[in-house]
Design a protein around this ligand. Sequence first.
Ligand code: WT7
Length: 657
Amino acid sequence: MTDETLETVLTENRVFEVPAEFAEHARIAGMEQYLDMARQATQDYEGFWAEQARQEITWSKPFSQVLDESNPPFYKWFADGTLNVSYNCLDRHIEAGNGDRPAILWEGEPGDTRNFTYAELLEEVGKLGNALKSYGVEKGDRVVIYMPMVPEAVVAMQACARIGATHSVVFGGFSAEALKDRIEDAGAKVVITADGGIRGGKTVALKKNVDRALNEGCDTVEHVVVLQRAENEIDWTEGRDVWFREIMERESADCAPEPVEAEHPLFILYTSGSTGKPKGVVHSSAGYLLGAITSMKWVFDIGEDDVYWCTADVGWITGHTYIAYGPMAVGATQVMYEGAPTVPDPGRLWSIAERTGTTVFYTAPTAIRALMKQGDEWPNKHDLSKLRLLGTVGEPINPAAWMWYYQVIGGGRCPIVDTWWQTETGSHMISPLPGAVPLKPGSCTLPLPGVMADVVDEEGNTVEPGSHHGGLLVLRRPVPSMLRTVWGDDQRYIDTYWSHFPDQYMYLAGDSATRDEDGYFWILGRIDDVINVSGHRMGTMEVESALVAHDKVAEAAVVGRPDEVKGNSIFAFVILQGKREDEDLEALREALRAHVTDEIGAIARPDEIRFADALPKTRSGKIMRRLLRTIASGEEVTQDISTLEDENVVRQLQGKA
Ligand code: WT7
């Protein structure tokens, strides 16, 4: 965090009161009601969450224990209860007479559309559940899902939940190499994929990546289920590969939901951290589901008349909680879109919103900034008058983008919920409740009821709101929806999240933040070696290891550089094995970018690569990352560089020598 960011956020003082019209129909209306809930949670933390869990989840066997803290930080919630998540997302709506309610309104980039009611979705889920069982997938087995943004991706996740299998969705933009690492770490028995996905008029060769991953290892995988989507040509391994639609045809839709313990791992989702190896964040069944449901209701104020649309990919946590589970669990109608937001023109999202009558729209600041750059004429061509609530997630939103979203997209009448949370927290932690909390552009405002968020100093003492100091963002108590461990690495779970403060267990989020006079939270940035690129987390070490895996690279250091659209872009400093003079540097840059894309995926591709003879290091040999960040941003170097052996290196890194 820089003092400058702190300055900028604290000079934003516009306040947007809750529109009376919104408050009138909101589930939680007025500050009093919010404060009342928050107060209840503070006074009786376990009682508060237990009541929510009894109200919102249909249990197979009711729980009697609430929070079990006997073995910190391995917390358990509702541990003696059993439930089935897919039952909660599908059957119970059908049993309540809502089987004909549209669940998914899907649209593909070429303009093809498919809709599913809750009853239709349950049939699909039942068939796939049975098919997975016929391949020997049992409760607790892992299934990797590597799919485009089609309804079958949600079906696959729900089918796993139905039979108690633990899924791990790998974002379709990850490479064969990254896919292989995740399949192996999870020890998956089955991979569910598609021939290809469609984006920006191009085919994303998913099955080909699966083949490559499986050719190099992944010995646990017995079957690959392939959905036909892009109709691109693919290779076929007899006995191992099966067509999605073929197996669905032979299976019965009747698949009893398997009750699982509240703590049973619903899924593993890999995310970047401070080391080169992504961590498999493990989520529970009941606690996770509860966070998804309560936030759908409190933050998205979801109701029967809503058409809800979250533009995330199911490969990220946002697509898990706010596409595959949250909206389903509350019986909402949601829009799902596969494709680029600019095809055939930059009005695509607004055209879909108009046609579907979208009322609640949730996207990332990077998308807002990109579309804002295209000009007002695109949204202005469409009737967006049905919109009543807007949301953002993934990174701080700059006030200019906030204002554009508010005025041009929301017509000045829709509250914006700026939702702070993480892969690890599973659901929203800090966000305005739109009918209750006045907004300030750029602030995620106040914690949800039952979330004990705080900003603390290195000793764990609260940094007073309004003191104009930054600190570490923490959660003082475990919340039901948060991660339970890192898959196969309990120690990493302890070290990363729970070991920062001596003598007390407090969840360290990895962000720095500050609170203003009103107690509003302002997120300042990551405190670890993680870069937020277009709202996605990328570990600098991950990109560095990919770079040094190239035979021409001796050493690499990667930092984030502020970027107008992406939030941050990836800037790599590279030291070569041989002499720089002997290389065609432009060609090598391209080769290195392609190499990183191969190793991880296009999201990790460095935007800029600069070569030098050495990296700046302290006497003790530590890379001077702050100096590199300054250089990457093009700012003047004011740091003390007298410890550097060769000051000329700085000029090289600046591209001046
Ligand atoms: C990190 C988590 C949560 C789903 C998407 C990203 C940043 C997230 C906000 C926000 C400022 C935000 C944080 C956080 N972040 N939401 N509203 N304002 N920063 O999930 O990949 O796990 O990344 O994203 O730095 O730690 P993720």
